[in-house]
Write a protein that binds this ligand. Structure first.
Ligand code: OOG
Ligand code: NI
Length: 267
């Protein structure tokens, strides 16, 4: 386990940028509009609900660094379950961790995923670098496509494994932007494609959270039977609104999250 929360996020960031060149460019673009560093609203990680690597195993890395469990979310159609975590320091990113409910999937998918997870060394799961350790298995492009036909999420995991699938810019903390529409326009003007599933902006001031995201970059992955260009990771933008008590809402919105997941869909 990491002993320092900043080091953990630096490692997650570097590992994420390595396969998400658009995020590096967008970070520069938004960063050039202000003198202070960009603050992250949250990051997200994915896994399978298999004991060895279930979401609690990922969460343990954050609990050890001062995070606490805050909310839970259900995604029936996608067969996903998620929880979010917050740090006592509000400037530390929130963490959204989801898991695929493997037993709800086909026997074929279950067999492939079980085989992948069996190849993970037990000790790797608690190691410092687990959350940015990528895959611990090798699948074929055939298997990737087979998973894709049933679950985009399972296919993404088979190719990318353990890493932040996105970082999220905290729009509230940007100096030159005060709404999500202007952020989206600046990104589109610079040529970046946004996820339009459920509309460019997910959520509303009424649900106290608005979000948008890029479409994941296309990135070449070497499978056991050759290379394929597939979606890697994406960048998200979030603006939060105050609750009745005046404090900003800190949770997530399941209906919006459902669409954000689709930022890694194959186009
Ligand atoms: C997480 C999708 C949900 C949000 O902010 O609602 C999410 C994922 O794609 O793994 O990030
Ligand atoms: Ni997100």
């Amino acid at each position: 386990m990491h002993t320092n929360v900043n080091t953990l996020f630096e490692n997650l960031w570097d590992n994420y940028l390595a396969v998400t060149p658009s995020a590096d460019k967008i970070h520069d673009l938004l960063g050039s509009t202000q003198k202070d560093d960009i603050i992250n609203d949250h990051i997200a990680l994915r896994t399978f609900n298999i004991e060895k690597v279930g979401l609690e195993k990922l969460a343990a890395h954050f609990l050890a660094l001062g995070y606490t469990e805050c909310g839970e979310y259900h995604f029936e159609a996608k067969k996903l379950y998620a929880k979010h975590y917050e740090h006592s320091d509000p400037n530390q990113p929130k963490v959204f961790i989801s898991e695929l409910l493997v037993e709800k999937c086909s026997p074929e998918l279950q067999a492939i995923v079980t085989d992948m997870v069996n190849q993970i060394d037990e000790s790797a799961v608690t190691a410092d670098n687990f959350l940015y350790s990528g895959t611990h298995w090798q699948v074929s492009g055939e298997t990737y496509k087979q998973l894709l036909a049933e679950s985009e999420y399972a296919a993404w995991m088979s190719a990318w494994g353990y890493r932040a699938n996105h970082f999220t810019v905290n729009i509230n903390m940007l100096a030159k932007f005060d709404n999500i529409h202007d952020v989206n326009q600046a990104l589109k003007d610079a040529g970046f494609a946004l996820n339009t599933s459920g509309g460019e902006v997910k959520g509303s001031p009424e649900v106290l959270l608005e979000q948008s995201s890029t479409l994941a970059d296309d990135y070449a992955v070497m499978f056991s039977d050759g290379e394929l260009r597939i979606p890697s990771c994406f960048y998200e933008f979030a603006i939060r609104y105050p609750k009745a008590d005046g404090e900003l809402y800190t949770g997530f919105v399941a209906a919006s999250a459902d669409k954000i997941f689709e930022s890694t869909n194959v186009r």
